[in-house]
Design a protein. Structure first.
Length: 309
């Protein structure tokens, strides 16, 4: 892995000699503006249409939620179709930017884009069976932002080379799936809290009427949390199994924060089962666990790849 990363950094250092002030290179990571590297393809063929599809799908879901009774167009099917088109184009863009001859490039912006893609893939697939498409109103613009950043900047952090053990590959995939599910759960928790607030105030007007019943929304939330908790458990077990030292200096913060997040979500599920936790309490525990998990991954990547360099 070190030799692969060294190859990438070495090549870009040669380019940097001619365009000196724009480059920040440190160790195995680099953040480089694509405008200054015409040698690196930006794939606008996929990026711009994917962003457009996501934003148009967001518009469809928003109009359906707030003004659905004023349109004859079936906004939900159109929104889902546009969402899946965006997923396809986004996936092609991710493949071109992440899969390299030297390994998988999971720099901070590529990782953000990959997780956003995974989140929307899970969301839209679930929307075929369950009424969760309204979460796309928040998540699709985030995915569009991820595509913009991925297309605007080159971020380098090579992992999963040919010599990477299969177990480590499984650990990374399961971790991404767990994070994606907890992201969905967090947005669902916020939407559920808003719905609960309006119902308690006896003002169920506006978009609240377009949402599924409160009990359905709550069941969906805890289904997401339970599935995410299982995946996070598998991610931790696979990490301790296949990594030499989960408490090594470069991993200890991720390990400790991931375990803390696991405890938070485990406590929430236990409280739901034992005491019937719901509403504001469920929201606080869900968002707390998500923030800790987000810091475990993106917090460290942002500090290492953007701030310290």
């Amino acid at each position: 892995m070190a030799s692969a990363a060294g190859h990438y950094i070495g090549v870009w250092e040669e380019i940097a000699d001619a365009r000196a002030p724009a480059f920040k290179i440190s160790g195995k990571c680099a953040i480089i503006s694509r405008d200054l590297i015409p040698e690196i393809e930006t794939s606008p063929l996929f990026a711009l249409p994917a962003i457009t599809a996501y934003l148009c799908a967001t518009l469809c879901f928003t109009l359906r939620l707030f003004r659905g009774d004023q349109f004859r167009i079936p906004l939900r099917p159109v929104g889902l179709l546009l969402g899946f088109v965006g997923i396809l184009l986004h996936g092609l863009l991710i493949y071109r930017n992440i899969v390299t001859h030297s390994g998988i490039n999971l720099g901070v912006f590529n990782a953000f884009s990959l997780i956003a893609w995974t989140i929307l893939l899970l969301l839209l697939t679930s929307s075929l069976r369950k009424p969760v498409e309204n979460l796309g109103i928040v998540l699709m613009p985030m995915a569009a932002l991820a595509i913009f950043l991925e297309s605007r900047y080159v971020s380098v952090h090579l992992i999963l080379t040919e010599s990477t053990p299969v177990g480590l590959t499984i650990h990374i995939i399961v971790s991404i799936l767990a994070y994606s599910l907890f992201t969905l759960a967090s947005v669902q928790a916020v939407l559920l809290a808003i719905q609960d607030h309006y119902l308690r105030k006896r003002h169920p007007g506006g978009f609240i009427r377009a949402l599924p019943p409160l009990q359905t929304m709550e069941s969906l939330l805890f289904e997401m949390i339970a599935a995410g908790f299982v995946l996070l458990t598998l991610a931790l077990v696979s990490g301790f199994t296949f990594l030499e030292d989960m408490f090594a200096q470069h991993l200890v913060h991720k390990t400790v924060l991931s375990i803390a997040s696991w405890i938070v979500f485990g406590t929430l599920l236990w409280g739901r089962y034992r005491f019937g936790w719901r509403g504001q309490k469920a929201l606080i525990w869900t968002l707390s666990g998500f923030v800790v998990l987000m810091l475990a991954y993106f917090g460290s990547k942002v500090v290492i790849e953007l701030i310290l360099k």
